[in-house]
Design a protein around this ligand. Sequence first.
Ligand SMILES: *Cc1c(COP(=O)(O)O)cnc(C)c1O
Length: 383
Amino acid sequence: MNKFLPFSFPEIGQEEINEVVDSLKSGWITTGPKTKQFEQDFANYLGGDVQAIAVNSATAGLHLALEAIGVGPGDEVIVPTYTFTATAEVVRYLGADPVFIDSCEDTLNINPEAFRKAITNKTKAVVPVHFAGLSCDMDAIIKIARENNIKVIEDAAHSFPTTYNGKYIGTLDSDATVFSFYANKTMTTAEGGMLVSKNTDLIDRAKVMRLHGISRDAFDRYQSKTPAWFYEVIEPGFKYNMPDISAAIGIHQLKKIDLFQTKREAMAEIYFNELQGLPLILPAKAPNNSQHAWHLFTIRLDETVKISRDDFIVEMSKRDIGCSVHFIPLHRHPIWKEQYNLKPESFPVAEKAFNSIVSIPLYTAMTDEDQFRVINAIKEILQ
Ligand SMILES: *Cc1c(COP(=O)(O)O)cnc(C)c1O
């Protein structure tokens, strides 16, 4: 009965399987009609005049977005330390330097005042990350950015479908937003991402750079009347296109995203109700008129708890429950720590959070019984 409950598990239905099989049988398995449809469906879902281009990862999308706004050697890009390494590594791809800042205590999202203080005359962009699926304080961030002529690229890997003041993340007044469809995210294409922007120039640039810097993509060439063999390379681009096999999954995941969201919200409510009163700090909820996507449900062990965070995770795994830690802050990883001489004292909020935080399972493929196993295990360990 106590089968291992993984930390995450994708919910793939027969619709996704049929669509993938259709792709495989059609003879067109790479970027083609299904990718085009997925891009259109995704842009329609968000509304607000956005254009969407599908890529093979959010990391690729972030790279393309920063490239399209002209980030290059000598530039600085402000990123949170409390994120996944992809947020910072893409800055290095372009020969620019990430500048790491601390987060707000309650949300673990980028601290707007820390952002303001980190600005120099080299600052080209800021990459806010909507941690766990809760939006950053985007009014403050966009205002500071505009006052200082800084671009805003949102790392929305956790935040589909998150809203901020009634608007979807992806439709705000930032320069571009990038979503992830990695296997454990709120919807998946196995590997994949979506770059979204209202700026047509940015989208056009990213489209060219997504596929080797070629001025027409293979599907356009296949469809168009001019000879299919002819193309021109106008830049040394990348290979970041999404294959139709992935888009086939995405088309149906997107159709289910509102159902997934309703289920995750209900599960989060159960955790709030059942875990209240324990020596835990429960995650921040979304303010009125905003929606939390609940990609992650994190708990922080109170200072009164005797057991360490590491031992807590061991105890959970003894009870056959997978947990994770989001995040090991970037200033703790050798590459960032050594290259930029980062000191833990500079990031007190991230340090404190990291030492006590645990991500517990929350995904739509879980049953009520699974969730109560998690709740009972936590109660047993903490009592
Ligand atoms: C998952 C994740 C990414 C990378 O997404 P991929 O699609 O795997 O490239 C980037 N940023 C954050 C915050 C993430 O959690």
